[in-house]
Design a protein around this ligand. Structure first.
Ligand code: 13P
Ligand code: SF4
Length: 365
C-alpha cells in the first residue's frame, strides 16, 4: 500500500545547502532503483546530481533502456511523458515539479491539430497526401495523433532524416509545433521557401489559400520557443565584426536568419560536442539556453576556449528552471521512503499510439 506523501511545503523553505545534502542522502538510499536523467538546460544545482545527461533524442533512447524502477526526469513535462511511454510498464516516470512544462509544446493542442486535419480535407485527403510530424516537444496526445495517422516524431538532432522518411510515405508534411525547426530542416533538404507555408491555427484554413496548400511541401505550424526567439542577427553581426575568426553555433529552434548566419546548427548534444572538439584557443558565440552555455564556457576555459552567450539579455528555459534542489530533494526522499510523488502517466491507449510514432523515429534515425 502506498504511504501518503510528505507535502512539498516542508521542503519549500529548505536552505540550498540542506537540500543538496538531502538529495545526496536520498540518492544513496535509492541506489540503482532510481536513475536521474537531466536535460542539458537544467540548472547547475540540479545537473550536478545527474546519472545521465543528454539532448531529447539521447534521453528518450536511454529512457527505453534503463533498468531502474524510478526514472526521475529533470527536464520538462513532455520528456517525462516520453520516458513513461518508452519504459517498461512496471517502471515509474517522475517529474519533480509538475509545473515544468514547455511553452512551445503548449502552442499545439490535439483539438487544434485535429481541426487543421479536417480543414485540410477540404483541399486534399490528408491521410493520403500528408505525413504529420511532431517535434518531440509536444504533448503525448499529439504523438498519438501521429501514430494514428501514419506520422512520426522528430527531435532537433534527426529532423532532416525524419523528413526524408516522411516524404517517402506521402508528398507533403504537416510539421508541428516548431516552425523554425521545420523550416531549417526543409531548407537543408533543398525545399524552396515558397513551398514551406505557415499554418496559423487561429485562422480559417490556417490563413492559407487552396493554391498555397496545393503547392506546399511542408505546412509549418505557427509555433516557436520563447527562449530561442530572443537571438537576433545583429548579435551575430556584432560578434563577427569584433572577432572575425570566431565561430557561431546555434540550436535549430532559432529563427531561419540565425541558423543561416551560423557556422554550425545542431541539437544541444551536438553543440556541446562541437565546441568541445574545437581547437584550443577558439572563440564561440552560442545561440541556445543560458545554463548550457554557462556550463560549457566553464568546461572549455582551461583549453583557452572562450564561449559567449548570443543574447544581450538573460534567457533561460524558465519552466525547466522550476526543477530546483528543493523539489528534487522532496521527490527523492519520498521515493526512498516508498512513496511515489509526481508520477507521469500517459493513458494506455494514447501511450500505445504515441509509441508507434516514437518507435518509427527511433528506427528511422
Ligand atoms: P534538444 O533535443 O536539442 O536537447 O532540444 C530540446 C529543447 O527543448 C530545446 O529547446
Ligand atoms: Fe520548450 Fe523552449 Fe524550454 Fe526547449 S527551451 S523546453 S522549447 S520552452
Amino acid at each position: 500500500m502506498q504511504l501518503s506523501a510528505v507535502s512539498f511545503d516542508r521542503f519549500n523553505a529548505l536552505a540550498d545547502q540542506e537540500a543538496q545534502e538531502r538529495i545526496v542522502a536520498a540518492k544513496a538510499r535509492l541506489g540503482a532503483r532510481a536513475v536521474l536523467l537531466c536535460h542539458h538546460y537544467q540548472r547547475a544545482d540540479v545537473y550536478r546530481h545527474a546519472d545521465i545527461t543528454g539532448d531529447s533524442l539521447k534521453l528518450s533512447r536511454l529512457a527505453s533502456q534503463t533498468a531502474a524502477e524510478y526514472i526521475v526526469f529533470c527536464g520538462v513535462h513532455f520528456m517525462a511523458e516520453v520516458a513513461d511511454i518508452l519504459s517498461r510498464p512496471e517502471q515509474i516516470a517522475i517529474l519533480p515539479d509538475m509545473a515544468a512544462g514547455c511553452s512551445m509544446a503548449d502552442m499545439a493542442s490535439r483539438a487544434k491539430v485535429e481541426r487543421c486535419w479536417r480543414e485540410l480535407a477540404a483541399v486534399l485527403d490528408p491521410d493520403q497526401h500528408v505525413t504529420p510530424v511532431t517535434y518531440i516537444n509536444s504533448a503525448a496526445d499529439l504523438k498519438a495523433f501521429c501514430g494514428e495517422h501514419g506520422g512520426i516524431v522528430c527531435t532537433s538532432s534527426n529532423a532532416p532524416k525524419i523528413l526524408q522518411w516522411s516524404f517517402a510515405q506521402r508528398g507533403k508534411v504537416l510539421f508541428f509545433p516548431d516552425q523554425h525547426l521545420g523550416r531549417w530542416s526543409g531548407h537543408q533538404m533543398g525545399i524552396p521557401m515558397d513551398e514551406m507555408v505557415i499554418w496559423n491555427p487561429d485562422l480559417e484554413l490556417g490563413g492559407l489559400t487552396r493554391a498555397q496548400i496545393e503547392k506546399a511541401k511542408i505546412i509549418l505550424w505557427h509555433g516557436f520557443c520563447s527562449v530561442h526567439q530572443m537571438f537576433q542577427p545583429r548579435q551575430i553581426e556584432r560578434f563577427r565584426a569584433q572577432y572575425p575568426d570566431g565561430m557561431v553555433i546555434s540550436h535549430p529552434e532559432c529563427s531561419f536568419e540565425i541558423c543561416r548566419n551560423s557556422d554550425y546548427v545542431g541539437s544541444t548534444e551536438t553543440i556541446l560536442k562541437t565546441v568541445k572538439a574545437g581547437a584550443p584557443g577558439t572563440r564561440w558565440l552560442v545561440g541556445t539556453e543560458l545554463n548550457l552555455v554557462d556550463r560549457l564556457a566553464q568546461e572549455v576555459k582551461a583549453e583557452g576556449k572562450v564561449v559567449q552567450f548570443m543574447a544581450d539579455t538573460i534567457c533561460m528555459c524558465s519552466t525547466m528552471q522550476r526543477i530546483d534542489p528543493q523539489h528534487l530533494a522532496w521527490c527523492l526522499e519520498n521515493l526512498a521512503d516508498g512513496r511515489v510523488v509526481n508520477r507521469i502517466t500517459v493513458p494506455a491507449h494514447e501511450a500505445a499510439l504515441a509509441k508507434i510514432a516514437l518507435e518509427r523515429m527511433l528506427s528511422a534515425s
